[in-house]
Ligand binder design. Structure first.
Ligand SMILES: *Cc1c(COP(=O)(O)O)cnc(C)c1O
Length: 324
């Protein structure tokens, strides 16, 4: 079983390994969400990480777990989102080479942000698959290590460090609400919390369209779905036909899988803007949208929502504000 490959010791090791690079993020009580829902709602603020998202944890743990020799050869990834940013950031902090492989469709703004972080950007082909193929070619030909965004035990263990912090900060937790895409975040946190107390409820949140993990679990095997534009853009992407870990771990550690409409995601983003003065991205908005949907239905349970990132641009925020 996959869950035998992971262990709490592995998560604690990750916590020690990443301590110099990763912030122990605040857990705040949300008066507004608590009043709205009738539960006691806390928010785990991964948007406070220096890169703006939790992906830093997994990337840092994976890269630091490589041998010094492998680190020197450099690291590569094919993600332009929060994972790509995290890999570039960690590489820069460690003074090693990073290459981000992208397709010609990736917007200039994203490319420049990666370059500013010191990454080499390799533009290859028309789509994400070309970029991914190229990344693995670099691994074969130049000995760089490809850092996967979720389906890797050290990445999962890195994300699991959130679970340890949440238990330290809020040992009374009854339920955690986690945005779900490839499932690295949910696998790590879910494993850590359930291994401490299996009664803690783990809820995964995906957008209604292109909810790949949700649909794959329903089918019983990893499937492909066409991507539809969504405000929760960090939750797009497949889980890989040859998924090794996160499909099984998500299946084992997730109690409820919920889908959230675009409208509810937008309301989630606006709610944090209004009540907490925080600009967060759609993936985090999806979690808030799910919490908001329980209006006055709560029974005082202690619920933690994972605010996973803040990678949202001003234009999107102002578009959202216009809909008010
Ligand atoms: C990657 C990401 C997620 C989803 O994490 P998975 O491990 O792929 O499930 C959620 N929120 C943000 C901001 C992300 O960057």
């Amino acid at each position: 079983m996959v869950s035998e490959l992971i262990s709490l010791r592995r998560i604690w090791k990750a916590k020690q390994r990443v301590a110099g690079l990763v912030l122990q993020t605040p857990l705040i009580y949300s008066d507004a969400l608590s009043k709205h829902t009738g539960n006691q709602v806390y928010l785990k603020l991964e948007n406070h990480q220096p890169t703006g998202a939790f992906k830093l944890r997994g990337a840092a743990n994976k890269i630091l777990s490589l041998s010094k020799d492998d680190q020197k050869k450099g690291v590569a990834t094919f993600s332009t989102g929060n994972h790509g940013i995290a890999v570039a950031y960690v590489a820069k902090q460690l003074g090693i080479r990073s290459i981000v492989c992208i397709s010609s469709r990736v917007p200039k703004g994203k490319v420049n942000r990666l370059k500013d972080l010191g990454a080499e950007v390799a533009v290859v082909g028309e789509n994400q698959d070309d970029a991914e193929d190229y990344c693995y070619r670099l691994e074969k030909e130049q000995g760089v290590s490809v850092i996967k965004p979720f389906d890797d035990l050290e990445v999962i263990a890195g994300q699991g460090t959130i679970g340890i912090e949440v238990l330290e900060q809020c040992p009374d937790i009854d339920e955690i609400v986690i945005p779900l895409s490839g499932g690295g975040l949910l696998s790590g946190i879910g494993y850590t919390l359930k291994s401490n107390d299996s009664s803690i409820q783990v809820t995964g949140v995906s957008m209604e369209k292109s909810a790949v993990m949700h649909e794959s679990l329903k089918q019983g095997y990893p499937i492909k779905i066409a991507e539809t534009p969504t405000l929760a853009d960090s939750l797009l992407g497949g889980i890989g036909p040859d998924n090794q870990y996160t499909f099984q771990l998500t299946k084992q550690y997730m109690d409820n899988s919920v889908l959230i409409s675009e409208k509810a995601i937008a309301e989630g983003v606006l709610f944090l803007l209004e009540h907490h003065k925080m600009a967060v991205e759609g993936a985090a908005g999806a979690v808030i949208g799910k919490l908001l949907s329980e209006k006055q239905k709560g029974d005082g349970r202690v619920i933690v929502g994972v605010v996973s990132g803040n990678n949202i641009d001003h234009e999107t925020v102002s578009e959202l504000l216009k809909t008010r």
